[in-house]
Design a protein around this ligand. Structure first.
Ligand code: ZN
Length: 59
C-alpha cells in the first residue's frame, strides 16, 4: 500500500543560478532565495529585478 511510504515535505535548495535579462550571462552565488530582490549583473553591470514569483526549474 503506497500510503505506508514516508513522505518528504521539505526541500533544501542550493546552487541558485539565473540569467541576466540584458546580456544573458549566467549569474550565481546567491545567498537564499533571490526572488523579489534587485541585483547587478557581474558581466554587464546593469541592474535587474528578480520577479517575486519567478518560476523555479529543478534540474
Ligand atoms: Zn548582464
Amino acid at each position: 500500500m503506497a500510503d505506508d511510504i514516508a513522505k518528504v515535505t521539505f526541500l533544501s535548495v542550493t546552487g541558485v543560478v539565473l540569467w541576466c535579462p540584458y546580456c544573458d550571462d549566467l549569474q550565481g552565488g546567491f545567498c537564499g532565495d533571490p526572488r523579489g530582490q534587485k541585483f547587478t549583473c557581474e558581466n554587464c553591470n546593469k541592474q535587474f529585478n528578480v520577479h517575486k514569483e519567478a518560476d523555479c526549474d529543478f534540474l
